[in-house]
Write a protein that binds this ligand. Structure first.
Ligand code: OFO
Length: 184
């Protein structure tokens, strides 16, 4: 009788474990944004809060996309434990400095992960990760623009109000771009 050997998963244990590490980082990103959104809402920076709540949903989607990929490849995606969130910020600007810093960390993690998969000759996962490489490039650019608002407008006088308005416009543009993308 012919024996049919089927591999349970197409992922090596190392790739699976590193993908799960990235799941955790995306989950952490989601809850970082959630904590920052709540801080902004509590202070009355309502456009910024809406922007950050929207980004919470984006990061959640990034995490789920990875989890589905792992499971579909025969691995086991692990729901992350989230702890040590930061709930307090010294200023409105500090929130967005934190966003930029965090996005740079995530970009590096994605690059290292893609590099590892390439070295392992896991080209399917390498290709899958290109979506995240592009996404991070866009998110880093967006975070830089947010921080620039503080440099250009400044927080004195009506500055904070103006910055919050500009963030509102950025969110509107982002949503319009997403809708156009979905309509393609
Ligand atoms: Fe998941 O895109 Fe930013 O962190």
């Amino acid at each position: 009788m012919k024996t049919v050997i089927t591999a349970k998963t197409s992922l090596t244990p190392e790739v699976e474990s590193k993908l799960n590490k990235q799941v955790r980082l995306e989950g952490l990103s989601a809850f970082y944004y959630l904590a920052m959104a709540s801080w902004c809402e509590n202070r009355g920076y309502l456009n910024a809060a809406e922007f950050l709540y929207d980004h919470f949903e984006e990061e959640k989607m990034h995490m789920l996309k990875l989890m589905h990929y792992i499971n579909e490849a025969g691995g086991h995606a692990l729901a992350p434990e989230i702890s040590n969130l930061r709930y307090e910020f010294n200023s409105f600007r500090e929130v967005f400095d934190h966003v930029l810093e965090h996005e740079i960390t995530v970009s590096r993690a994605i690059s290292n992960l893609a590099d590892f998969c390439f070295q392992e000759k896991d080209f399917a996962t390498f290709q899958f990760l290109q979506w995240y490489v592009n996404e991070q490039r866009e998110e880093e650019a967006m975070a830089r623009r947010l921080v620039e608002l503080f440099d250009i407008i400044g927080e004195e006088g009506q500055g904070i109000w103006l910055i919050d308005q500009e963030i509102g416009k950025m969110l509107k543009k982002l949503k319009a771009e997403r809708a156009a993308e979905e309509g393609k």
